[in-house]
Ligand binder design. Structure first.
Ligand code: FES
Length: 160
């Protein structure tokens, strides 16, 4: 059985197999999701807001709750797309704006230009570089440190 999910940023509806995750719905519609933790419910990069139909999703696990608790832009409508399975009709999804700090080569190519959108921390979602700010070399060094911290954090969490 399939269920219809509405993706607000695209203004379009998509069908997903019942019990599949909202992440699969996003990817199917070519929305970029960094999936920094590989879909383990441990990062901010698949954070979404549920505008309607929260009760049509699988319940929030303790791990998801813990991760959401660390995301600065989290509110009562927040979920992690990789952990939210679609059980019923009427789910409407909104994606927070901004891009997560990911591939450093991609970020480095922005040196000397203004950030087109906020660059966000992949674990807690806070803004690292505001949209419109000029991206400098020293900023890149800072971002590199943050990026390495994120990789280390997630690598260590594999051991837990
Ligand atoms: S991809 Fe990391 S929490 Fe979903």
């Amino acid at each position: 059985m399939a269920k219809i999910v509405r993706l607000d940023p695209l203004g379009q509806e998509t069908s997903v197999v019942t019990n599949s995750t909202l992440l699969s719905a996003l990817l199917k519609n070519e929305l970029q999701v960094l999936q920094e933790c590989g879909g383990r419910g441990m990062c901010a990069t698949c954070h979404i807001y549920i505008k309607e139909g929260m009760q049509q999703l699988s319940p929030i696990s303790r791990r998801e709750q813990r991760t959401l608790g660390a995301i600065t832009t989290c509110n009562t409508t927040s979920r992690l797309a990789c952990q939210s399975k679609v059980l019923g009709e009427g789910v409407v999804v909104e994606i927070p704006s901004g891009m997560y700090l990911g591939d450093m080569n991609e970020i480095e190519s922005l040196v000397g230009r203004r950030a087109e959108e906020n660059i966000l921390h992949p674990i807690d979602g806070r803004i690292l570089v505001e949209a419109g700010k000029l991206i400098t070399r020293s900023m890149i060094s800072q971002l590199e440190v943050t990026r390495n911290d994120v990789v280390t954090h997630l690598a260590n969490s594999k051991l837990v």
